[in-house]
Design a protein around this ligand. Structure first.
Ligand code: PXG
Length: 467
């Protein structure tokens, strides 16, 4: 073992035993993890992680879609240390504020689209979306339209794991646990061309318009006078990197405008340069009234989230609102805000948004075009530094593997063993590497991915899954 980190204080088996005994992991089958043992990640640098066995792993998922500036950035570490020494905590409830929170609010107003001058801070993306639900309903109350309660979202969306976040999300596996969604949240179909447009023989663009049309149908079904808002991720992340056609979002915008419905962009994954612009809504071509952010705001170094509040909503909340009875202990946490300031300044000084837009984004797109030639890959798509490979049984017809094969999980376990982290979402293998990734590192990543595809193909041939 070459690992010199504190992990050396216990063996991997000891870490795993203590983990299994006490730590209930998120989204995990506790018993099966305990039987298998967690992989213990002990340190990281740049785009690489090391586990307690000393293995080096290329982190093609940026932690969990968040470590945009990569690991080990001294400016963020220094910002946290300095703030911890100066003022580790003070709240923003009782007519007080701290310099980092004020400065971050100011800087966010600068790097977000022009309609945004105000921010409401939370501790995470889920909490941010809880704030969205509270805020849009409050907005319509203040305008004397309290019946505007319904928020429309989409199937296979991910908006977090709190009661409101999971309700806004369209994951049926989450809804069946805990009696969700909460009242007043309804879902339309997602803009997933491969699943819903291609079988109808529609072009991506025509399907984009059809999928946006489902929003209009739902608004009319519910009665526009009852609809408060529509929320969506510009590109669905956890749902499998579903990149909508260019026609989709402008049409969604047109529909929201027509019926006066607030438009909310969940930028928790797409924000802070991921798609090659600062915000996913800029890449996809729409102007939301509210934007949820988290993850990339601090590159995941410490937890922070929030909601950018556009002028339309801010004017009402501020001028007619009185007290908004909502907030979190950690709204505007000074250490988190100090790290976010350092992070955003670093994104700027390293020109990471331009790096994604002009250099590594197009480079990754080309590499994925090459991977599209692989016998297992039915479709390969990227936007900025998000990408997905759809694994299919028959490349020509696009026929899917039998679900019982779990082809994505087979491929993912090869990734695990080959030292690259990809996510499997059904049959979609997805990546979102740190924005600091270089062309050479993309070559290394794609070579590893290709090797995992080859190993998966060999399994499929040996096991007879292709018949
Ligand atoms: N909105 C979006 C779009 C997200 O991707 C959240 C909200 C919730 O953020 P918090 O900070 O409360 O987790 C997310 C989170 C996955 C995965 O498996 C994705 C997320 C979280 C956990 C797992 O891809 N995204």
């Amino acid at each position: 073992m070459s690992d010199e980190s504190p992990a050396m204080s216990r063996t991997t088996a000891e870490w795993q035993a203590a983990d299994a005994a006490h730590f209930l992991h998120p989204f995990t089958d506790f018993q099966s993890l305990a039987a298998k043992g967690s992989r213990i990640i002990t340190r990281a640098e740049g785009i690489y992680l090391w586990d307690s066995e000393g293995h080096k792993i290329l982190d093609a998922m940026s932690g969990l879609w968040c470590v945009n500036v990569g690991y080990g950035q001294q400016a963020l570490i220094d910002a946290a240390t300095k703030q911890l020494e100066t003022l580790p905590f003070y709240n923003a409830f009782f007519q007080t504020a701290t310099p980092p929170a004020i400065e971050l609010a100011e800087l966010l107003a600068e790097v977000t689209p022009p309609q945004f001058e105000h921010v409401f801070f939370s501790g995470s993306g889920s909490e941010g979306n809880d704030t969205v639900v509270r805020m849009v309903r409050r907005y319509w109350d203040l305008l004397g339209q309290p019946e505007r309660q319904i928020i429309i979202s989409r199937k296979n969306a991910y908006h977090g794991s709190t009661m409101a976040g999971a309700s806004l999300g369209g994951m049926s596996g989450m809804h069946v646990q805990g009696g969700l969604p909460i009242p007043g949240i309804v879902h339309i179909e997602q803009p997933y061309w491969w699943e819903l447009g291609r079988p109808q023989g529609l072009t991506r663009e025509a399907f984009g318009l059809q999928a946006a049309g489902w929003l209009e149908e739902m608004i009319l079904d519910m009665g526009p006078e009852n609809v408060a808002a529509f929320i969506g991720e510009p590109i669905q992340g956890a749902g499998g990197v579903i990149i909508p056609a260019t026609t989709y979002w402008p049409e969604v915008q047109r529909i929201c405008n027509q019926y006066g419905v607030l438009l909310v962009s969940d930028e928790v994954i797409c924000g802070f340069g991921r798609t090659g612009h600062w915000w996913g809504c800029e890449t996809l071509g729409f102007q939301p009234d509210l934007m949820t952010f988290a993850k990339g705001v601090t590159s995941g170094y410490v937890p922070l989230g929030g909601v950018m509040v556009g002028q339309r909503v801010a004017d009402v909340l501020i001028q007619q609102g009185g007290e908004f009875n909502h907030g979190y202990t950690y709204s505007g946490h000074p250490v988190a805000c100090a790290v976010a300031l350092a992070n955003i300044r670093l994104i700027r000084s390293l020109k990471l948004v331009e790096h994604v837009h002009d250099d590594v984004g197009p480079y990754l797109a080309e590499a994925f075009r090459q991977l599209a030639g692989h016998p297992l890959v039915g479709d390969a798509e990227t936007c900025g530094l998000m990408g997905a490979l759809l694994l299919v049984k028959d490349k020509l017809s696009g026929e899917a593997f039998d679900e019982s094969v779990g082809i994505g999980m087979v491929c993912r376990s090869h990734c695990f063993n080959q030292g690259v982290i990809m996510r499997a979402v059904g049959d979609r293998m997805i990546i979102a590497p740190p924005l600091v990734i270089t062309r050479n590192q993309i070559d290394d990543m794609v070579a590893l991915i290709r090797r995992c595809l080859d190993l998966t193909l060999a399994d499929a041939q040996r096991e007879g899954w292709l018949r």
